[in-house]
Ligand binder design. Structure first.
Ligand code: ASP
Length: 322
């Protein structure tokens, strides 16, 4: 892609053809598998008594989070620390963005301090792509508006891989507010690239049916249809902060039609439950489902650290031989 900001890695030996992680639309199955294999190795490092390796000594990672985050921000910070990188972080409330500085100026000033990698979360779709064009740092997208959340999708498929033999023919249903979900979009890209079948399910007002053709998925407004033959159900958070109009009558009604309950788990005895967090207990998932043994939500969180270690390891410039 000549006009893509995501130019091929300079290192010809690198197994990845990308310099940045902006979204997963241009990552092929071999690249995804390579990232997952690398993450699996780092997952083992996390179980050692000493969970740190010297790989990124001398590399500096700056996290710019202009939207709230718990898991993504902490796990990128932990991942960089486990690889011995230096880290700095900035959030919207404590930064000069509040004083009117543009994203480009903020990023160029951060870069002027000799930063190697910028991890960016921003409410504008395409903000990481824009930075990749106007700075020299490696850019990692930590969520841009409703567009993409590539590390979330990668940690999700990493977690699925722990429970399945193959993605070929795997049936995954993503349930909830699809319209506002960067998690759904990135998961569809990762899962279809790896060979899984994806069903998107939600209220008609939150289900962009054009995704059916554009992204090779099935859509339905019927939860029972979405769970029939489904191996893994991924519930999405209702994103109150992105709803400027009433897209569903009430939380109670949403839960009655789209919430996953213990009864669903009884009717589908092999079904696994995932959620990217933060969970609205009693809305997307009944309280008992969140804590059920077939809910693998906390494994997703643990794998998030390993996956982000892999991404940093594969894309950050290494300044030592370690
Ligand atoms: N944590 C995920 C995200 O940042 C999911 C969510 O917030 O609903 O997109």
């Amino acid at each position: 892609m000549a006009d893509s900001p995501d130019t091929p890695a300079v290192d010809a030996d690198s197994p990845l053809r990308h310099r940045h992680l902006l979204d997963l639309s241009t990552y092929d199955a071999d690249e995804l598998r390579h990232i997952l294999d690398t993450a699996q190795e780092f997952r083992a490092v996390l179980d050692r008594p000493i969970r740190q390796v010297p790989t990124l000594q001398g590399t500096t990672v700056a996290s710019l989070f202009f939207e709230p985050s718990t898991r993504t921000k902490l796990s990128f910070g932990l991942a960089a620390g486990r690889l011995s990188a230096e880290t700095v972080s900035l959030s919207k409330s404590g930064s000069s963005v509040k004083k009117g500085e543009t994203l480009k100026d903020t990023a160029r000033n951060v870069e002027a301090m000799k930063v190697d990698v910028v991890v960016l979360r921003h409410s504008s779709p395409g903000a990481p792509h824009f930075l990749a064009r106007c700075t020299d740092s490696v850019i990692l997208n930590a969520g841009d508006g409703a567009h993409a959340h590539p590390t979330q999708a990668l940690l999700d498929v990493l977690t699925m891989r722990e429970h399945i033999d193959t993605f070929d023919g795997l049936n995954v249903s993503i349930i909830g507010d699809i319209t506002h979900s960067r998690v759904a979009r990135s998961n569809v890209q990762a899962l279809t690239t790896l060979g899984a079948n994806v069903t998107l399910c939600g209220p008609a007002t939150m289900l962009p049916v054009e995704m059916e053709r554009a992204m090779d998925v099935r859509t339905t407004t019927d939860l029972d249809a979405a769970l029939e033959g489904c191996d893994i159900a991924m519930a999405l958070r209702i994103q109150m902060e992105r709803q400027d109009e009433g897209l569903f009558p009430s939380i109670r009604e949403y839960h009655m039609k789209f919430g996953i309950t213990p009864d669903h788990l009884r009717r589908h005895p092999n079904l696994l439950i995932m959620h990217p967090g933060p969970v609205n207990r009693g809305v997307e998932l009944a309280n008992d489902v969140v804590d059920h043994e077939r809910a693998i939500i906390l494994s997703q969180v643990t794998n998030g650290v390993a996956l982000r270690m892999a991404i940093l390891y594969l894309l950050a410039p290494q300044r030592t031989d370690g």
